[in-house]
Design a binder for this molecule. Sequence first.
Ligand code: PLP
Length: 384
Amino acid sequence: MERILLGPGPSLTPPSVQAAMVRPPLGHMDPDLMPILEETAVLLRRVFQTANEVAFPLSGTGTAGMEACLVNTLARGDRIIVAASGFFAQRIAEIAGRLGADVAVVEAPWGQAVDPADVVRALRARPVKVVAAAHVETSTGVLQPLRELAAAVREHGALMLVDAVASLGGVELAVDAWGIDVCYSGSQKCLSAPPGMAPLTANEPARARSREGAVPSFYMDLELIWRYWAPPHAYHHTVSVPLVFAMHEALRLVAAEGLPARWARHATNASAFASGIEAMGLRLFAPRAVRSPTVITVVVPEGVDEARVRQRLLAEYGIEIAGGLGPLRGKIWRIGLMGHSSQDRLVLLLLAALEAVLAAEGAPVDRGAGMAAASRVLAASSAA
Ligand code: PLP
């Protein structure tokens, strides 16, 4: 059965992005490819809202972006504070530890945002090189507010590193205006390109180690990679040209829609879905004040077999959603309404399918209420 991808990534890819991938290939050093590389950088700067020179999609998935940002900014023994309240921020801490950094994790319970005041206390304790946070923590559906945090980090002379894997292109993110020094994302979420690239940007202070030739990784050295993406287009490694075509097309679609319209679409569809879930009698996991419009988490009702519901959605409707990670395994569902998967008709389809499956599993759902509530939100937003 054809799959409808409504998990926390990958999202559906628009037809023109799929078509871009099967274009006749070019070699990675072909002169005809160079304008596409340069245009991709221009389009990425717009999405990141930055004037940084360095902006390119790194070869590799979101985790490669994470590792690249860390290896380019941290030396052995440097102190990093990771603001963590979920699986992916913990991964940042894990990688930083493997790189020999002195890692301090400032935690909040899973399902809450980290309080910037807690990070400030840790910043005051001793000199810190980098503070890292996940903008959208995909394991919980929490949107971490960044402005205040980034301002405090800058005041203390540290670099602000942001994981925007599940936020870039789906919810407001302003790299320069918020004072973010280095930021990475993933191609397969709100940008709706296939998995395999990690859009990344870094400002001058974040490039310092790379400029000094002090980065221990050759493959992830920002300066070396940037010399391929920008003139002189010097060979560094063989980029996947089909992925570059797809990324370029995905970014062109983002530019054509416009960022504010795109954020509004994500916000409306998430709000319609959330209303539908609550009208059905289910509970959302992330509190409203910090709820992400890209990844939405739903509490599995008492007595319902979480995995069985997912299996039935896939087998009977072709709809993919995900379960919880770590301590939330079996307790929540994670739904992604990202990029091309953030569509009003898919919100209604998922609510209808979920209602039907839950009813068949004997859960007490208020049938029809979810779609009705979601439809009201969608109608109100299109009338506005
Ligand atoms: N960071 C966040 C917030 C994520 O959601 C993910 C993947 O879901 C990653 C990092 C890792 O990305 P990837 O699986 O593409 O390596």
